[in-house]
Design a protein around this ligand. Structure first.
Ligand code: B4P
Length: 203
């Protein structure tokens, strides 16, 4: 085997996808379909935080104050939750990281956690959707979801601003590792899923 090829050789490992995009881009929606098709474990920090809120834990009460304003929860809190979930699912075929990492510090921590287990991120798939459509989708969801952060246009705009300020640099983090692909997030859920599946299968 060529020396370089030998150095790059890795035994077949997990399929670890980061599903990326602004609030309302369809990450949660597409994650459900990816789980069914590829048998991956879904790790949504938004869902994990909402579960803490529903249980009334101290962490949940603190997180709720920030989430209701559209502000990101501290890195240490979400990194701790993800670390716990990775440990609890050691035999998984892989993971979908939905809504995580949302800051470069979270992305670096995730790399370290995975490397310590001999794993890494297979790729990031970013859903591209314009701000107007995001606001429309979230307000629509807010009518039924009961989520305080979906009900108020000002909070939605704050979430989009948090994304632009703190989360978009995460795309560059994966781009620099040649792991970034973007997909058009406008269209039917099935059409978008077909594009995501094609990217996943090429990884
Ligand atoms: P999340 O729960 O991650 O919420 P989200 O980004 O708003 O939702 P998502 O993007 O998954 O929704 P989807 O598009 O599927 O975060 C909530 C809050 O938690 C954050 O603001 C933050 O405070 C905190 N938080 C979470 N993770 C954190 C982290 N890592 N660090 C710090 N803080 C963190 O769906 C949106 C709507 O669009 C749905 O109604 C859906 O039906 C619809 N939709 C989906 N696809 C569509 C399509 N193709 N066409 C039309 N509508 C579509």
């Amino acid at each position: 085997m060529h020396r370089e090829a030998f150095l790059n050789f890795q035994p077949k490992s997990m399929l670890n996808l980061v599903l990326f995009g602004p609030p309302g881009a369809g990450k949660g929606t597409q994650s459900q379909k990816l789980i069914e098709k590829y048998g991956l474990i879904h790790l949504s920090t938004g869902d994990l935080l909402r579960s803490e809120i529903a249980q009334g834990t101290e962490l949940g009460l603190e997180a709720k104050k920030l989430m209701d304003q559209g502000i990101l929860v501290p890195d240490a809190v979400v990194i701790g939750m993800i670390s716990h979930k990775l440990d609890a699912n050691r035999d998984a075929a892989g993971f979908i990281f939905d809504g995580f990492p949302r800051t470069v510090a979270q992305a670096e921590a995730l790399d370290q956690l995975l490397h310590s287990k001999g794993e890494n991120i297979s790729g990031m798939i970013a859903l591209e959707v314009g701000d107007e459509e995001l606001e429309h989708r979230l307000l629509l969801r807010g009518k039924n979801s009961g989520r305080a952060d979906d009900a108020n246009p000002e909070v939605i705009r704050k979430r989009i601003k948090e994304y632009n300020d703190k989360t978009t640099p995460v795309a560059d983090f994966y781009r620099s590792q040649n792991k970034f692909t973007s997909v058009n997030g406008i269209g039917s859920i099935e059409e978008i899923f077909d594009s995501i599946s094609a990217v996943t299968e090429a990884l």
